[in-house]
Design a protein around this ligand. Sequence first.
Ligand SMILES: [Zn+2]
Length: 351
Amino acid sequence: MSLPRHPTFARSLVTPRGRTVTLPVFLPVYEARSALYSPAELMATCGAEAFILNAFFLYRDRAMRDRFRKQGLTLQEYLGVDCPTMTDSGAFQGFRQRVVLDPRKIVRFQDTIGTDIVSPLDLVTPPGDGREKAREKAEVTLKRIAQALPLAESSLLAGVQQGGRFPDLRRWCTERLLEIGVQYLAVGSLVPFFTQNHDIALACRIVRDTRAMVGPDMPVHVYGSGDPVELPFFLAMGANVFDSSSYAHYALGGWYMTPYGALRDAGRLSSGEYRCACPACAQADGEVGTFADPARLTLHNLWTILETLRRLRHALDEDALEALLAEVLDVHGAWFPDSALRSSWESACDG
Ligand SMILES: [Zn+2]
């Protein structure tokens, strides 16, 4: 088995608006309607550095849209912090329900409101889509990206790779994206669609193929990747941007994230087997108190993801990624004997 010793990719990105993003980076999804904490609080408490928001929600709300378009509100003013931002287009909402949206208008809107990285209105391709359907969706997505590229005047446009469960379609899609001239590659509809029970084999192969094709300088973003136990493996294959709302969803479902997998019962916490250094768990009732409180759990989960990124950055600096992966596999395997993480990782490394 050949493990990648050290993925080669750029360690920072300067956006067209002049904001610098340190890589690898995790972008927490911020949604004002359901957020328990402001972006400023998430930055101060958890160390968030940048956010991703759904521009579709802002665009759909006519009063909000006018505040941005006619009154000059910027995304930074809306968030209350000046930091790099990425926006999403509503593609995922379109996947869940019918969305009537002009693909060019939503891109132009994102570019106007001051975002650093904009998303096209791509077509989500879940595992059930057969080859023809996956190819058709990739074709439509590519056409929309080609139309959108000149509209992103002050921002980077994410070239979204589709292709479903077919690695050759994914490679073909990446080739076309490079021909179109994108400078940012986002791997769409992969995580969490294709990572059940931590089976990361397909996702890892696709990320590795993608990195090999785009070279070291282009960011490779795995959309929707937000489980701290999986991020080190995607990073080892060359991904360096991650985003998710998992920290909040897991908390609502009572899941306590750790670097070794999320816990659904407090046994390992009350026994002291797992200790956490986050501000939420630093309170008098510790990890067990966090486990019982969804609001505190939200902060703990986000801190845990961002701490994973901090550890990954350090491991890259020290050329110590292999040791980190081995430790995660060992502890995760002991805690979750039925997980496919190790076998799928080894399978991905083998070819
Ligand atoms: Zn904690």
